[in-house]
Design a protein around this ligand. Structure first.
Ligand code: DAH
Length: 330
């Protein structure tokens, strides 16, 4: 008995405990063998013999269970210790995404005009000739069409070359007065340091009663807008030509790289061209059936603004999806 007790006490792990259990309590174990002897015991002694054996069995069982509990607890503690998580350890950084600089710039532009109660209009990327050209005073075979290298479809549709057609769509579905901008994607057959076949523009249009909307209004709002975008820059209006406006003007800001001194970016002129604009040509109003109105319009390239704001030298890098560039705008 003592020997068996000791055997159990000496066990130091659960595997050994299991083999000790089989050895003592198993079907072919020590206790079973002792119980088997019962049949040879004289009847008068049977009772005591059996009681002695049963007492021995429950005493050993008790020791065994205690040992088992002890070893299980030990094993559990060992496991907990080895699987412990150090919550103070540095984890993997969850990288934060960010707006693409073009979208961020677009949002900034939209914010300015939305605050002034301009509506934000959209139109389809696949346009028809009337809306993209004709209604904007660009009749077929007009040489000014060459300014915009166009992707045509076989059926005469095209990928819009500017966001100006959204002017036409908006005027066709709404009555004046109109104060709108149209941000969106445009397409041209162009690819070099400053041109990509897909880029973004924001178009603006304000229409009121005849005499109500003037070039002076245009000048005021664009100057204010450019100061909002670029801070303390000089703004210059330069006569130009667009078929859809008369008079037309291109708008320059003093070069933000050399502050007007003259550098490579501004081709040593001290000025950067950032906008096209003008007073809406009467032919445009005629095309949409507007009478006795006046208005101004403007259009700008969002990539150009983003490049100037962030001093990005190559336009194409904006569309390469290189995470090393994008990470700089988080
Ligand atoms: N649509 C012109 C372009 O893509 C930009 C533009 C110039 C829009 C003058 C206008 C405008 O509304 O008045 O080059």
């Amino acid at each position: 008995m003592e020997e068996l007790k000791q055997k159990i006490e000496d066990v130091t792990n659960l595997d050994t405990l299991e083999s000790v259990r089989v050895e003592i309590f198993g079907k072919k174990g020590i206790l079973s063998a002792e119980f088997a002897k019962l049949k040879d015991v004289p009847p008068a002694e049977k009772k005591d013999f059996a009681k002695g054996l049963n007492d021995k069995k429950s005493a050993l069982t008790e020791i065994f269970e205690a040992k088992k509990a002890e070893l299980e607890k030990e094993a559990m503690n060992k496991q907990l210790e080895s699987e412990k998580i150090d919550v103070t350890m540095y984890g993997y950084e969850n990288k934060k995404g960010s707006l693409h600089p073009v979208m961020e710039t677009m949002d900034k532009i939209i914010d300015y005009f939305a605050t002034l109660n301009f509506s934000v209009e959209t139109g389809p990327l696949v346009e028809d000739d009337f809306t993209n050209f004709e209604a904007l005073n660009l009749p077929k075979n007009h040489p000014a069409r060459e300014m915009q290298d166009t992707f045509f479809f076989k059926d005469g549709h095209l990928l819009r070359t500017h966001t100006s057609p959204v002017q036409i769509r908006t005027m066709l579905k709404q009555k004046p007065p109109i104060r709108m901008i149209a941000p969106g994607t445009v397409f041209r057959r162009d690819y070099d340091l400053t041109h990509t076949p897909m880029f973004h523009q924001v178009e603006g249009l304000v229409v009121g009663k005849k005499g109500e909307v003037s070039f002076a209004n245009l000048k005021f709002i664009l100057e204010d807008f450019l100061h909002y975008m670029f801070g303390d820059v000089d703004v210059r209006f330069r006569p130009s030509f667009f078929p859809f406006t008369e008079p037309s003007t291109e708008v320059d800001i003093s070069c933000i790289f050399c502050e007007g001194e003259g550098c490579r970016v501004c081709s040593h002129t001290g000025w950067l061209e950032v906008l096209g604009s003008g007073v809406v040509d009467p032919n445009v109003f005629k095309a949409v059936g507007y009478e006795d109105v006046s208005g101004y319009a403007f259009g700008l390239g969002v990539e150009r603004f983003a490049m100037l704001l962030h001093k990005i030298p190559d336009l194409r890098s904006l569309f390469e999806g290189d995470i090393r560039l994008l990470e700089q705008f988080r």
